[in-house]
Design a protein around this ligand. Structure first.
Ligand SMILES: C[S@@+](CC[C@H](N)C(=O)[O-])C[C@H]1O[C@@H](n2cnc3c(N)ncnc32)[C@H](O)[C@@H]1O
Length: 216
């Protein structure tokens, strides 16, 4: 069986200060440096990033993965009339393939709901400090990204890694002519307000934003 992906947002090359950067190589380096056994993903779509994390982390250890997605699409998908039922079926298919490729057990829970409800659900189960890695790639409006960051932060272990996708993504701005429709303002606000509880991971390209939690 083959993967079924119709896009490569996750693995795409991005330009930073005139330099072309392959996000997969950045992630490979990041994931090599630690052990990621429990992962929370907000925004999975067809599972491109999910499968990458399964392949990378599942090669080293068993992985407990929680994927939150409405599988209803975001503004930008609705604009392009994506068939989200088919997207979800491809997610199910793709994660099955990824799990079969690795030697270790992959336990995947799908939370098909808004990230607000999904995070609230995990918080109510007392999963504080439970995740080694949180990947935030759901709705790209500033309000939703800020909400996702604030609600998932308590779920992240001290020492755990939080990654935001699309820090420099601009399409929402071009569509709606307002910074309220892109993640940057939310990531800036979050990283400023939580500055004494995080360490921004330096030396990496900034199309995505990487930070480590240093305290609760
Ligand atoms: C950019 S895609 C994720 C891409 C995926 N991480 C990858 O690398 O291929 C964003 C996803 O977030 C989901 N989404 C949008 N708003 C959401 C919300 N409020 N709560 C949960 N999921 C949401 C969409 O259904 C979509 O599948």
């Amino acid at each position: 069986m083959e993967y079924q992906f119709t896009n490569d947002w996750f693995g795409g090359n991005v330009y930073e200060r005139g330099v072309e950067v392959d996000l997969r190589s950045v992630w490979t380096a990041l994931l090599k440096s630690g052990s990621y056994q429990s992962i929370l993903e907000i925004g999975s779509y067809e599972g491109n990033s999910t499968c990458f994390m399964i392949e990378q982390c599942g090669a080293k250890n068993s992985v407990n993965l929680v994927c939150i997605d409405t599988w209803g699409g975001s503004d930008e998908h609705v604009a392009f009339d994506h068939d989200m039922g088919a997207v979800e079926r491809r997610f199910d298919h793709n994660v099955q393939i990824a799990s079969s490729k690795v030697a270790n057990d992959i336990h995947l829970s799908k939370l098909k709901m808004t990230s607000l409800m999904g995070c609230a659900n995990l918080i109510s189960q007392n999963l504080h400090n439970a995740f080694d890695l949180v990947y935030v790639d759901g709705s790209h409006t500033a309000a939703d990204v800020l909400t996702d960051a604030v609600l998932s932060f308590p779920l992240l272990k001290v020492g755990g890694l939080m990654v935001f996708d699309d820090y420099l993504w601009n399409f929402g701005y071009e569509m709606h002519n307002t910074p309220l429709k892109i993640p940057k303002m939310a990531i800036d606000a979050f990283s400023n307000i939580f500055y004494d509880k995080i360490k921004i991971v330096h030396g990496l390209p900034s199309y995505q934003f990487y930070l480590v939690k240093t305290s609760d």
